[in-house]
Design a protein. Structure first.
Length: 362
């Protein structure tokens, strides 16, 4: 087979994972072109701000459930065999109140906390908590062994793996997706463009997906470590858009406290009042975070704001002909871009193969 030139637009977790899986085919010569790269912190770049953990949010039988299922297999193996990826196992404690499950806004996040979740059959050590172990105010609790991804290590690790496989990288900002066809390192027009532009797919020429909306997430990264558990609740009494979660990142990455899920809010600045509520809720749930001494005892590394790239109707993994170029889309992963990353990228690899099979032979 002759060489196939592929340009992946976007260097978030979606673009990097897709480039890595595509690079397993030695005939594919891949260039990743992006405005933001690992190491950057920017409101237009969701990936560095994520926790990130694995708490499935999908409904059984859907594409997303398959993508989350397929991703677990890889994340579990990375946590077990590849400490250099910055992923470690952590016990998750998921708590819910039935009133939160009725909230339209938080129901996607609350899905992982339901009594009998579909994913319980493949994650390790799943248990429903006995009522006497539940913190006051919660009606149900589940525990299982999840993973926490230190994004500051994992994104550069994905980049290094891509480089090792011959993928090239360049900084570029496109007004129209077709401009990327000129970005291949060979200088020859690309055969396929893969669009992994996250929230910016709403503005990118040729795509302009009106279904893209941000779901703002504010976080506080602290040096403190609690009791070793990862917590997530289905909601809080501080408002319909506020949630409570915490997880300790691998390899000294600190503990990430969240958060909120503010749909339609583009504000890049941390709200100091919300930051106080986030810290307060975290110590209420896990007092050992500050040795029982309240939020004054937090040592803060950074306040953060990231915009989850939500797509009404779900993640878009599709092929499309735009201005004569073949484009395969992989965007709109909301609050589950890491935990569906391998499943989505595997689906993209199949679509790229379909596009190439359908081309007239030269
Ligand atoms: P992005 O990371 O936004 O990357 C987009 C890329 O496209 C960037 O490189 C950008 O520069 C490039 N780009 C965009 N437009 C252009 C253009 N015109 N020209 C050139 N380049 C362009 N997910 C989980 O699975 N687990 C979690 O625990 C979790 N927690 C989260 C917590 C918070 C606070 C937030 C904000 C998100 C969380 N997420 C979590 C969601 C996850 O972070 C996102 O779904 C994921 O990062 C999306 O990745 P992406 O690569 O699609 O987009």
């Amino acid at each position: 087979m002759t060489e196939i030139r592929i340009v992946v637009v976007g260097a978030g977790v979606s673009g990097l994972t897709t480039a890595l899986l595509l690079s397993e085919n030695a005939d594919y010569k891949i260039t990743v072109a992006a405005k933001h790269m690992p190491g950057d912190y920017d409101i237009e770049y969701a990936s560095p701000w994520a926790g990130a953990n694995y708490l499935p949010v999908s409904v059984q039988g859907t594409d997303l459930a398959e993508w989350e299922r397929n991703t677990w297999t890889v994340l579990e193996e990375l946590a077990r065999l590849h400490p250099e990826a910055g992923i470690h196992f952590q016990e998750a404690v998921l708590l819910n109140r039935s009133k939160d499950l009725e909230s339209d806004n938080l129901s996607a996040l609350a899905a992982s906390t339901v009594t009998d979740p579909w994913y319980k059959d493949f994650v390790s050590n799943f248990k429903n908590m006995s009522k006497d172990r539940l913190p006051i105010g919660y009606e149900n609790g589940n525990t299982f062994t999840s993973v926490c991804i230190n994004t500051a290590i994992y994104l550069p690790w994905l980049t290094s793996r891509c480089l090792e496989s011959g993928v090239t990288f360049k900084r570029a900002t496109y007004g129209h997706v077709s401009e990327a066809s000129n970005a291949h390192s060979s200088g020859i027009i690309a055969d396929v463009i893969v669009n992994c532009t996250g929230l910016s797919a709403g503005k990118l020429g040729g795509v302009e997906d009106k279904n893209m909306i941000p779901a703002r997430g504010q976080t506080v990264l602290v040096r403190n470590e609690g009791d070793g558990m990862m917590y997530a609740t289905s909601g809080t009494d501080d408002g319909d858009e506020e949630v409570c979660y915490s997880m300790t990142r691998a390899a000294g990455g600190g503990t990430l406290l969240g958060g909120c899920y503010q749909k339609g809010n583009w504000d890049p600045q941390p709200d100091p009042n919300l930051a106080v509520r986030i810290m307060k809720r975290a110590v209420d749930l896990c007092p050992t975070l500050t040795s029982g001494k309240g939020i004054e005892n937090f040592s803060i590394i950074r306040h953060g704001v990231g915009l989850r790239p939500v797509r009404v109707g779900g993640t878009r993994i599709e092929k499309e002909r735009i201005n004569g170029d073949w484009v395969v889309h992989n965007y709109g992963h909301g609050g589950y871009g890491y935990q569906s990353s391998y499943g989505c990228s595997q689906a993209v690899v199949k679509l790229v193969e379909e596009v190439l099979r359908a081309r007239p032979t030269l």
